[in-house]
Design a protein around this ligand. Structure first.
Ligand code: C5P
Length: 243
């Protein structure tokens, strides 16, 4: 059975290598998997990945790839060499882009004989509210779009999706027990929301079926990141132990 620690991913959204690695060293054994976003990778590149790997940490590459199918598939192959545990791309890239990407990771695994990353699709960003969604021309409500995208991802063979905790239960019901659901927008209290619109507490997110929780600012911007991480793990454990 997975522990709370196995299910927590900390988003290392920090601007310099020094700050990122200080955070990793501060959190020590409390955290095993780090999300490396565009912000971190564009600034620190391969050095950050190598340093995380050197400390035995798992990497969740949140690059949210979105381009024509060939470009994304080739990028996915290039990124596999860094051995990320997870890699994200936008479901909005469409079924052909998803199909080309899953083919690329499977081919890479067969050739390299190394485990491929789990491919996860971003459905609708957790910072997007209904009004923002309509503003960019979408007609159906967010929930309906998220569910439609999730089913498409499952059909294309993706390992799972990234979604708000608010849609997780419906995705679980539609896509079955083996489909991975990763939820950002995790907050211990609403005062921490910042730009996130569709949030939940750690325990609520697990309860609705999330396999992994991504937490950024509540930890990396905290004055005492270890205490906040311990509180988050505690909240998760309370749910896990009640199950
Ligand atoms: O700081 P916070 O906890 O809001 O960080 C959440 C992280 O998850 C950010 O790195 C953000 O880019 C990422 N993310 C998200 N919503 C998605 C997918 C990824 O917030 N749908």
């Amino acid at each position: 059975m997975q522990t709370a620690k196995d299910q927590l991913i900390v988003a290392l959204d920090l601007p310099t290598l020094e700050r990122a690695m200080n955070m990793v060293d501060t959190l020590g054994d409390l955290v095993e998997c780090y999300q490396v976003s565009m912000e971190a990778f564009y600034g620190m590149g391969h050095i950050l990945l190598a340093q995380l790997a050197g400390r035995g940490k798992k990497i969740f590459m949140d690059f949210k790839l979105h381009d024509i199918p060939t470009t994304v598939a080739n990028t996915v192959t290039t990124l596999c060499q860094f051995s990320p545990a997870f890699l994200t791309l936008h479901a909005a890239g469409g079924s052909k882009m998803l199909e080309a990407s899953i083919k690329a990771v499977n081919e890479w695994e067969a050739l390299s004989k190394r485990p491929r990353p789990k491919l996860l699709a971003i459905t609708v960003l957790t910072s997007i509210g209904e009004r923002d969604w309509m503003e960019i021309g979408h007609q159906s409500p967010i929930r309906e779009s998220v569910l439609r995208m999730s089913v498409m991802c499952k059909e294309e063979g993706l390992d799972g999706v990234v979604s708000s905790p608010r849609e997780a239960a419906a995705i679980r019901a539609l896509c079955g027990p083996d489909f991975l659901i990763v939820t950002p927008g995790i907050r211990l209290s609403p005062e921490q929301n910042a730009d996130q619109m569709r949030t939940a507490t750690p325990a609520q997110a697990l309860k609705v079926g999330a396999n992994y929780l991504v937490v950024g600012r509540p930890i990396v911007s905290a004055s005492d990141p270890c205490t906040v991480t311990t509180e988050i793990l505690q909240d998760m454990k309370q749910y896990i132990e009640k199950k």
